[in-house]
Design a protein around this ligand. Structure first.
Ligand code: SF4
Length: 355
């Protein structure tokens, strides 16, 4: 909870507060506590970006809010992409850093890919985000404002949220959990938990903490990228700290508490992790952990020594997973390059194909 003393001292962004905290803010401004629920409705359900849109709050309260709080702490800078496919939004934070949020349109569904950190410490070798180093965790409001800003600009509903943008979400645990609460709550954006996916590179303690939260319908996606420690150590360096045995053991232990199937993300890299034996071993790990597999055809980025496998090899890889009855999809980017990347998931317009 925020303290009343903190609130007037700086312009707090309201899009990090639940109705209780908004009520506390109202009380500190001399208003009754129920103003918190009224404010929550305007901020989240109505997704307002101007104080003038609020109809049922006293003028004196609105003046204090206008002077001492903000409705967004991201500044929109630019967007690129196509109205029909994917749009990349560029925002500036209040301390002058840039962050990207991607809207992916597919089958009339809008998915927003959220960033959770400025930069990333994980240093995955095929990822553009890691090349910039790590600056800081995003605040809850900076995560929530990504959805608010995108929804405001496209003037359409958002159906799915994926925490697959820049950063490792479980490294910014508390802010990510609070943002999930705001996205999922009836008083918030009311996005169903089964439409929210958190992606991790495989931080075993973070996965334990996440399952303790018992967010039973929220999906957890794990970036595997190789079923062998020797290769995974190189492309996903955090594997040296939490090797596959530890990671798969944690997933198995937490499965009951987690309560649903995991997803393994697997970026196919030519000659690195696309061999038949990789598919065989990946099948074993997926069955052991209780996971389906999302294969992603690698999209080249500058300064990374990887290539996309041949189509025939990707097809064979899938066949092996099929033979082991491991549910899988293959995502191949096409067309528009929106030039963003975490684990290749937000690089390009995507389509899932059955080869
Ligand atoms: S793939 Fe994700 S976890 Fe790995 S370096 Fe990139 S942003 Fe970080």
């Amino acid at each position: 909870m925020i303290s009343q003393k903190q609130i007037p001292a700086k312009r707090i962004c309201l899009r990090s507060l639940d109705p209780g905290e908004l009520g506390q803010l109202a009380v500190s401004f001399g208003e009754p506590v129920y103003r918190g629920s009224q404010l929550a409705r305007w901020i989240y359900s109505e997704n307002i970006f101007s104080w003038d849109q609020i109809k049922n709050l006293p003028k004196t309260f609105l003046t204090r809010l206008r002077e001492e709080t903000v409705l967004s702490n991201l500044e929109f800078v630019d967007s690129s992409g196509s109205k029909d496919t994917s749009i990349k939004f560029l925002f500036r934070t209040k301390d002058g850093h840039f962050l990207e949020t991607v809207l992916i349109r597919k089958n009339d569904r809008n998915t927003v890919c959220l960033s959770t950190q400025l930069g990333c410490k994980m240093s995955c070798s095929f990822c553009a985000s890691s090349k910039e180093g790590f600056i800081r965790n995003l605040e809850t409001s900076e995560i929530v404002c990504q959805l608010a800003e995108v929804r405001h600009r496209i003037e359409e509903p958002v159906h799915n949220l994926v925490y697959m943008g820049m950063g490792e979400p479980l490294e910014n645990f508390d802010a990510v959990m609070k943002s999930i609460e705001i996205f999922n709550a009836d008083w918030g954006y009311a996005i169903g938990a089964r439409h929210i996916t958190v992606s991790t590179v495989g931080l075993a303690p973070g996965i334990e903490k996440f399952s303790e939260k018992k967010l039973r319908q929220v999906r957890l996606s794990i970036s595997i990228h190789s079923p062998f420690d020797k290769v995974r150590n190189e492309i996903v360096p955090v594997n040296r700290k939490y090797p596959l045995k530890t990671l798969i053991g944690t997933l198995k232990n937490e499965r009951r508490k987690f309560g649903r199937e995991y997803t393994f993300e697997y970026t196919l890299l030519k000659g690195v992790n696309d061999r038949d034996e990789d598919a065989e071993e990946l099948s074993k790990l997926a069955k052991d952990a209780g996971a389906k597999v999302n294969l992603i055809a690698y999209n080249p980025i500058e300064d990374a020594p990887f290539e996309r496998p041949e189509l025939a090899q990707m097809r064979k890889f899938r066949q092996i997973l099929d033979q082991h009855h491991v549910r899988n999809t293959l995502r191949i980017s096409s067309g528009l390059d929106i030039n963003a990347a975490c684990g290749q998931l937000r690089l390009h317009r995507e389509r899932e194909v059955r080869l």
